[in-house]
Design a protein around this ligand. Structure first.
Ligand SMILES: CC(C)(COP(=O)(O)OP(=O)(O)OC[C@H]1O[C@@H](n2cnc3c(N)ncnc32)[C@H](O)[C@@H]1OP(=O)(O)O)[C@@H](O)C(=O)NCCC(=O)NCCS
Length: 267
């Protein structure tokens, strides 16, 4: 097993970008390592591509964290904090956070420090002005309102992903209050957050390169860190594990992978 985190220190965060639209043989390796709960959750998605993407995200996360820890994907156990933030039950000092939008999956990993990551597909929002008035704090709204029309959409998603990354880093999520997490884009800084989560110097924002059509941000607890980003094709990830590499030599049986479906609420 190759150690994905060789030489990885306390002041470092790595963010991997993966595609959730996997060919059937690779998807099968993901589905094979899901826990019963994850498989059950996957079956609740009505639309096949939503089921496939959910199965891919959980499976790829397992393969990736297993490669970081030198463990097998199935041996990992997740627990959730009060507001839903997942962490490893016995992952030692390893922290992670994931975000997905359409086919894009980001997985951020750190040691010791809390992290949050968010990616959003940039798309037209009819209610963008109303959302900005509702979700942006006064200084953000003043900055955003003064931008030329052609720059507003990009700036909206930059601010939005920064806010979500912070809310995910603290673990509180949206309940923290989007309008209470205040950023400046130029220069990039956290200006304010609810006092119970510390001061603006306690959390460091970063903007990530998420590929065309996406905006993505990262927030890190503590202080400045080195952030590295990598695109990680699923076949490369799977080839890092002798178990998966051996399995890839096995005939896959052909046909398409039908992700099991159970009626229920779409998530
Ligand atoms: C976390 C949250 C911001 C999701 O954001 P999103 O843009 O819809 O989704 P993303 O793809 O970026 O992130 C989803 C992932 O974040 C992680 N996550 C879930 N809850 C989280 C939390 N509280 N903090 C950090 N990460 C969390 C999970 O890994 C999740 O993946 P999954 O859906 O496959 O299980 C949102 O669900 C939230 O606020 N949850 C907290 C619950 C809560 O307080 N709700 C009150 C709403 S007012």
């Amino acid at each position: 097993m190759i150690d994905l985190l060789r030489g990885f220190g306390r002041h470092q965060v790595v963010v991997w970008r993966l595609s959730l639209d996997l060919p059937d043989p690779l998807l099968r390796y993901c589905l094979e390592v899901l826990s019963p709960d994850e498989s059950a959750r996957m079956r609740k998605f009505h639309r096949p591509h939503h089921r496939r993407r959910y199965g891919a995200s959980q499976g790829l996360l397992r393969w990736l964290l297993a490669a970081c820890l030198g463990r097998t994907p199935k041996s990992l156990q997740f627990v959730r904090h009060r507001w839903g933030k997942p962490c490893l039950r016995d992952g030692g000092d390893l922290n992670f956070n994931i975000s997905h939008s359409r086919e894009c999956l980001l997985v951020a990993v750190s040691r010791y420090v809390a992290i949050g990551v968010d990616v959003e597909a940039v798309h037209p929002l009819h209610s963008m002005e109303a959302m900005a008035r509702r979700c942006f704090a006064a200084p953000e709204l003043a900055y955003w309102s003064g931008l030329p029309r052609g720059e507003k959409q990009q700036a909206f998603f930059r601010l939005w992903t920064l806010k979500e990354a912070l809310m995910k880093a603290t673990g509180r999520g949206l309940g923290m209050g989007v309008e209470r997490c205040v950023f400046s884009l130029d220069p990039l800084r956290l200006l304010a957050l609810p006092a119970e989560y510390g001061g603006p110097d306690d959390w460091w924002p970063y903007e990530l390169a998420a590929g065309g059509g996406f905006k993505a941000s990262l927030c890190v607890q503590g202080g400045e860190v080195r952030v590295t980003q990598h695109a990680l094709p699923a076949e490369v990830l799977l080839s890092l594990s002798p178990q998966a590499a051996a399995a890839q030599g096995v005939e896959d049986g052909g046909g398409s992978t039908e992700v099991p479906h159970r009626t229920g609420h779409e998530q």
